[in-house]
Design a protein around this ligand. Structure first.
Ligand code: PAF
Length: 283
């Protein structure tokens, strides 16, 4: 595996791969890699000839400075994992390399970016659009892989891809969970032992919600039961639990209003750690 730190180096590596007729897969990450990321890499390896993984903690998507400062950074261990996973290039640029000048672009991402994370984290999705559009430009991927834990992010990236005329495929990949059901996240390492023990209750509450939806309970009651259940643990506080159309991401009151299916998206605070998760609902 080659570790590349410059944009020109990455462009050159991709150019050489494409010249040999290889398809390019890109897995954008912010590092602190775990099995969830590796599952994206494995899928990219199965589907593409040449796999680039970017490891870059993108400052423009953090609306909370504390989150940026405390975001785990484990570049050496990340590169070892990527090398073992058979990646061709780890792209590990500095902030100056990605942003030689401040990025002042404002993306009109539409209503998918206005709800949930968009409402709670002003500027976050614009920052994601900035960095991912740059990564698409640098790596020119045929396919780019994103985890469905950040379900809304995928919709936003699709909106950004339409704006920039990205021709590649955006590949959503299923959430990877710990054995106890907690969605894998780089932020999990920041949980205390007590918080870590409590955290699987988020997924359990979502599974129970899926059963309630199947049994025909109205969505408002499902919402309230999930929020009450999680908040009954003093270590956890729900920031939002929104049941939305799986495509438009707009809130739905009944399953009949969600022709593309519904999804329950949740954000929970455990101390100063903010975890997100989601579950698909069907009848
Ligand atoms: O999901 C993430 O880790 C980040 O938002 C991404 C897509 C790598 C952009 O920085």
């Amino acid at each position: 595996m080659e570790i590349i730190t410059t944009v020109s180096g990455l462009r050159e590596a991709v150019r050489a791969a494409k010249e040999q007729g290889k398809t390019v897969g890109l897995v954008p990450t912010m590092g602190a890699l775990h099995a969830g990321h590796i599952s994206l890499v494995e899928r990219a390896r199965r589907e593409c000839d040449f796999v680039v993984v970017s490891v870059f903690v993108n400052p423009t998507q953090f609306n909370n400075q504390n989150d940026l400062v405390t975001y785990p950074r484990t570049v050496e261990a990340d590169c070892e994992l990527l090398s073992e996973a058979g990646v061709d290039v780890a792209f590990v640029p500095s902030v100056e390399e990605v942003y030689p000048e401040p990025d002042t672009r404002v993306f009109e991402l539409g209503s998918v970016a206005e709800v949930m994370e968009g409402a709670m984290r002003p500027g976050h999705f614009n920052g994601v659009a900035q960095v991912v559009s740059k990564l698409f430009d640098f790596a020119q991927p045929d396919r780019a892989y994103f985890g469905e834990k950040d379900y809304q992010q995928i919709a936003v990236i699709r909106a950004m891809a339409d704006i920039i005329g990205f021709k590649g495929e955006i590949v959503p990949c299923e959430i990877v969970r710990e054995v106890d059901g907690l969605a894998m996240s780089s932020r999990n390492v920041r949980l205390s032992a007590e918080q870590r023990n409590a955290a699987p209750e988020i997924h359990q509450a979502l599974l129970a919600a899926a059963d309630m939806v199947k049994a025909g309970l109205d969505l408002e009651s499902v919402h309230d039961i999930v929020v009450d259940e999680i908040n009954s643990n003093p270590l956890m506080e729900v920031e939002y639990f929104d049941i939305v159309d799986a495509k438009t991401l707009q809130p739905v009151k009944n399953m009949a209003d969600a022709p593309d299916g519904a999804i329950g998206c949740i954000t929970v605070w455990l101390g100063d750690v903010r975890l997100i998760d989601n579950i698909k609902f069907s009848l």
